[in-house]
Design a protein around this ligand. Structure first.
Ligand code: FPP
Length: 256
């Protein structure tokens, strides 16, 4: 069972930010003799249930890797189908996002999305921007290396224009030039379908994330799968490069 504090039913040591590489839609479909798009369609259901449970558990940020830069190389019909699913998802979930105080954000080169999807995305981001309970961050047309290069380019421009001194660039300034500016780094990174790769996802932000890999294909990632991941996370010891003793002392000092 997932851990709770002794005094209350409040869940303890939950991640502030969960990031998920949703993988295995195609294989889920293939095993059943369905076209790949059926796997993506079923994957949207897993997106819905995961967002709901994260919100119930008061997770602050959920980042979902929905479409990578590399995914543009997939067959045109699959790309179109994924864009349609994204569009339909945004349309159908707006009321739930508003009702549950969920604010939508996006990371990635969203200028590359088809105009209809981009407009709907920006509109949903705008309409949900004052919601404060949870951030749902969709990584779309996202590539971690491109994000880092973009941040470096932006900082170089600021230095050239004289608004920034190169000596003042530190990790916090660098992070504020990434697409995840203002969000805490992911505490827990989940990847489904048993693969153990980052696949160009949040390369900068996952420096100290705990990795959890499940063999389940994304369409099968239900509430019990998320709870299993959270249970394992609760039992991990995160030392951030310190020794055991140093880490325990710093936790005592912080009261965590
Ligand atoms: C990886 O599975 C999954 C994707 C490339 C797309 C993920 C998209 C969704 C879950 C649906 C749309 C998203 C939202 C947020 C509405 P794969 O196709 O690479 O699977 P495979 O490795 O088994 O082929």
């Amino acid at each position: 069972m997932i851990k709770r504090t002794a005094k209350s039913s409040e869940l303890i040591r939950l991640p502030r930010h969960i990031a998920i590489i949703m993988d295995g839609n195609g294989r889920w479909a293939k095993r059943r003799g369905f076209p790949r798009i059926m796997g993506h369609r079923q994957g949207v259901k897993a997106v819905r249930s995961t967002v709901r449970l994260c919100r119930e558990l008061n997770i602050e940020v959920l980042t979902l890797y929905a479409f990578s830069q590399e995914n543009w190389g997939r067959p045109k019909e699959e790309i179109n189908a994924l864009m349609d699913l994204l569009y339909d998802y945004l349309k159908s979930e707006l009321d739930e996002m508003l009702g549950n105080q969920i604010s939508l954000r996006a990371a990635g080169q969203i200028e590359n999305l088809p105009e209809r999807v981009r407009t709907c995305l920006l509109d949903t981001i705008e309409k949900t921007s004052s919601n404060t309970a949870m951030v749902l961050n969709l990584a779309l047309s996202y590539g971690g290396r491109a994000e880092i290069v973009g941040a470096a380019r932006g900082l170089a421009h600021q230095c050239l224009s004289g608004t920034l001194n190169p000596e003042d660039i530190d990790e916090s300034i660098f992070a504020s030039n990434l697409h995840t500016a203002g969000l805490p780094d992911p505490d827990l990174l989940i990847r489904t379908s048993g693969e153990s790769r980052l696949s160009n996802f949040l390369l900068y932000q996952t420096a100290y994330s705990e990795f959890y890999i499940t063999p389940a294909f994304w369409p099968d990632f239900d509430e019990s799968e998320l709870l299993k991941a959270l249970f394992e996370y609760q039992n991990r010891e995160r030392r951030f490069g310190l020794t055991n003793e140093q880490h325990s002392e710093s936790c005592t000092a912080k009261g965590s």
